[in-house]
Design a binder for this molecule. Structure first.
Ligand code: 5GP
Length: 119
């Protein structure tokens, strides 16, 4: 049996987290190290390691991440001013937890997405 990911342990409530939403397809919980007033991770319950591992079977679940993100943004009171959704992939994407997840970040102006440094 493969080792459970950290996020799988949170989903199964083996590790505590501030879970703000859960259904049969996704779980959302507050990031332990928030980068903004709202920083929520929206995670498929199925442990897909990275975007590179996504298959057409995952289409429904991954589309659902956006529906949940939209609802949570409204619940958090950040929908109107806007927010950022991001998914890191692999080493260059600075992915730290290899269980695909969407970050929902907002509650303050976030600035440009990336620096202009192309090197
Ligand atoms: P990544 O860099 O993989 O896109 O993002 C991983 C995120 O998971 C980071 O923002 C990090 O703060 C968060 N994180 C890491 N460990 C934990 C944990 O044990 N609990 C929670 N709630 N978030 C975590």
């Amino acid at each position: 049996m493969t080792e459970k990911t950290l996020f799988r342990k949170i989903i199964e409530r083996e590790i505590p987290a501030d879970i703000v939403f859960q259904d049969e397809r996704v779980t959302a919980f507050r990031d332990i190290n928030p980068q903004a007033p709202t920083h929520i991770l929206i995670v498929p319950n199925k442990a897909i390691p990275t975007v590179n591992d996504v298959t057409s079977d995952d289409e429904h679940t991954l589309g659902h991440l956006f529906i949940v993100a939209k609802k949570l943004a409204k619940n958090e009171g950040i929908a109107e001013n806007g927010y950022r959704l991001l998914i890191n992939c692999g080493v260059h994407g600075h992915q730290e937890v290899f269980h695909l997840h969407m970050h929902l970040v907002g509650g303050k102006p976030l600035g440009r997405m990336l620096s202009n440094n192309t090197r």
